[in-house]
Design a protein around this ligand. Structure first.
Ligand code: ADP
Length: 628
């Protein structure tokens, strides 16, 4: 095989299908805000420079080690071109192909496949994910990328494309380390080949890039690390601009925390909560949003271990001069120091949220609605911050108005004397819960019940376990320990109307026989008043809503025999059933099965619908007297 066959001189290749789709959107749909092409290319250059700076710390042998780390921009008004050059890490032939011919990020891939036509024009959304390099085609007919890797053995290559489906790569010897991108501007974008225009755009979008940017030799930005400056010197607009820079955002942050700690570690952190939860919008799992610095040098972008995974919605910067500058990615993963920084910053951030909930309850409510799901994830997955997270949880309850939230702390403060536990019940919505059987006993005793409306809620409360020494208990648990005084009064009232003791015992035993294999036990209920029956969970560990989720995810479940059916022997239906048993046992059995299915449905659990429908038809036929 000749050397040429191994590395052909010039080679034309097809873009990956996703790239074609992305290019199509970029070229045909993104009419507005074309300016962002420059931001995207400068941000790629800055990343490449950061990567080079980090590489230099790790290895001695890098090519062109003397050239200054900077971004230079040139334009030619006669030939209508712009050239953006960086002295960053560069790309070899394989990297040019992989990075500019395919979309590596699975996030961006799903993002684009999910966007509707209308949304594809929404630069706010696209900006958050970044069309990245391909933004060049918003303004250029032809894009030429010359690049040479920092590796000693790379020769330099040129990549050229008109964005129509293919690109060509050829050798380009004799160039410096880094990347230089030349845009041959489309007719309608020719005005960009103007130094003043370029300078204006850079000031607007890229003023926080941590490397010098020069337009026609003139420095445009002052390189600054905002997080290292003192809080009272920084204007609100500067914070917002910086947020837009780190989060690729177009709006204001929802909340901001800027703090400095000296002991036990030297930490400077500037953290933001964005307005939107991108995961909620169906874009898949977010990458972590905080970058790790040591004395203003970027150690890791989107650092994975610097904050817990469940805080991945937080954007910003953490800088600690205690970190060794030349720490490798691998060492970061299991560094005890990183774990310590993680702990300090997480604790501080959760305290900040707690303060926010008191100083700006409305803002906190907004935060909770958008990002509460991450805190619930934290309550479940992170034992070390469970108590701090528990303080931040919010739920609707029988005491709040629809749509308003309460905290566990407020719940405890409202607890009447004698109540020992905190109660919650899951349901599809407030109305369903309030119409269901589970809250009856609580309503009668004036005991508040938290409404957990999301499947994850019961898991979160179950993991939190207790709050201020009060156990968190699901109201569908079998052995509820409700206040005694009220219990006595209630028992008295109900004893009058209930079936006499012996009859009730016989009815219970008979029903248990009818439902053999379906329930663990049938019991006389102490808690029901309006409803005839209720399903409760004997072990108190698994709530019905948790069971539903686990079944849906295909997890093996202890069989249904565990459920307990409690019946209300003062309810007319049960009294009537007791009589029917003597006169028409087969029909009475169908009624028992139907009572059980109804109670299962009210517990949010699934029943076998075919036999249930057949059975109800049979019962209905009897009711209308068809004699079937
Ligand atoms: P993203 O920046 O989100 O990864 P892009 O499409 O902008 O997506 O770029 C794809 C990849 O191409 C980058 O991840 C990077 O590896 C490489 N790249 C782009 N521009 C440069 C550059 N100026 N220098 C070195 N590598 C670059």
């Amino acid at each position: 095989m000749s050397a040429e066959a191994i590395t052909p001189q010039a080679e034309t290749k097809e873009f990956q299908a996703e790239v074609k789709k992305m290019l199509d959107i970029v070229i045909h749909s993104l009419y507005t805000e074309k300016d962002i092409f420059l931001r995207e290319l400068i941000s790629n250059s800055a990343d490449a420079l950061e990567k080079f700076r980090h590489q230099q710390l790790l290895e001695q042998e890098v090519f062109d080690s003397h050239v200054p780390l900077e971004i230079t921009i040139d334009c030619d008004e006669t030939n209508h071109t712009i050239t953006i050059t960086d002295t960053g890490i560069g790309m070899d032939r394989g990297e040019l192909e992989a990075n500019l011919g395919t979309i590596a990020h699975s996030g961006s891939k799903t993002f684009f496949s999910k966007l509707s036509e209308g949304e594809q024009k929404n630069v706010h959304l696209i900006g958050q994910f970044g069309v990245g390099f391909y933004a060049a085609f918003m303004v250029a007919n032809t894009v030429r990328v010359k690049s040479r890797s920092f590796r000693q053995d790379d020769m330099g290559h040129e990549w050229v494309s008109d964005g129509a489906g293919t690109y060509t790569i050829s050798m380009s010897p004799g160039i410096r380390r880094g990347t230089s991108i030349t845009l041959e501007l489309k007719e309608e974008a020719r005005h960009y080949a103007n130094a003043a225009t370029l300078t204006r755009i850079i000031k607007r979008y890229s003023s926080f890039v941590p490397f010098p940017i020069k337009v026609k030799g003139e420095a445009v930005n002052t390189v600054q690390a905002l997080w290292t400056r003192s809080k009272n010197e920084i204007k609100a607009e500067e914070y917002t601009e910086f947020y837009k820079f780190v989060a690729n955002a177009f709006d204001e942050p929802l909340a901001r925390l800027h703090f400095t700690a000296d002991a036990p570690l030297a930490i400077k952190a500037l953290l933001f909560v964005p307005q939107e939860n991108m995961e909620n919008m169906g874009f898949g799992r977010m990458e972590p949003g905080v970058n790790l610095y040591c004395q203003r040098v970027l150690i890791e972008q989107h650092a994975k271990t610097i904050l817990p995974e469940w805080l991945r919605f937080v954007k910003g910067v953490i800088d600690s001069e205690d970190l060794p500058l030349n720490i490798s990615r691998q060492a970061l993963q299991d560094s005890a120091l990183v774990m310590k920084i993680n702990k300090v910053v997480t604790t501080r951030f959760l305290k900040f949220l707690d303060e926010l909930s008191r100083s700006e309850p409305e803002q906190y409510g907004k935060f909770w609605k958008t990002f509460g799901v991450f805190l619930k994830e934290g309550a479940i997955s992170d034992f070390s911050h469970r108590e701090e997270v528990a303080k931040l949880l919010r739920f609707e309850s029988s005491t709040t108005e629809a749509g308003a939230f309460t905290s566990l702390k407020e719940y405890v403060e409202r607890m009447p004397e004698g109540q020992k536990e905190i109660y919650y019940i899951n349901g599809a919505n407030r109305e369903a819960i309030e119409a269901g059987p589970y809250v009856e006993a609580f309503r009668k005793r004036g005991i508040e019940v938290l409404y957990t409306l999301e499947a994850i809620d019961d898991f979160a409360l179950n993991h939190v376990g207790e709050f201020e020494g009060k156990k968190l208990v699901s109201a569908d648990r079998g052995d509820l320990d409700l206040p005694a005084a009220a219990k006595a009064a209630e028992a008295e009232a109900e004893a009058e109307a209930a079936l006499p003791g012996a009859e009730a015992t016989a009815l219970v035993a008979w029903m248990q026989e009818v439902l053999a294999g379906k329930v663990k036990e049938v019991k006389e209920s102490k808690r029901l008043s309006g409803s005839p029956a209720i399903i409760v969970n004997p072990d108190g560990f698994l709530t019905s809503s948790m069971e539903r989720v686990m079944r849906a995810s295909g997890q093996a479940m202890p069989d249904l025999g565990r459920k307990v059916l409690e019946i209300n022997t003062s309810h007319p239906l049960l009294k009537g059933l007791n009589n029917l048993r003597a006169s028409d046992e087969p029909l009475a059995k169908s009624v028992v099965e139907q009572i059980f299915d109804n109670a299962m449905i009210q517990a949010g659990l699934t029943v076998e619908s075919r036999s249930m429908v057949e059975r109800t038809y049979k019962i209905l036929a009897r009711l209308v007297g068809s004699g079937a």
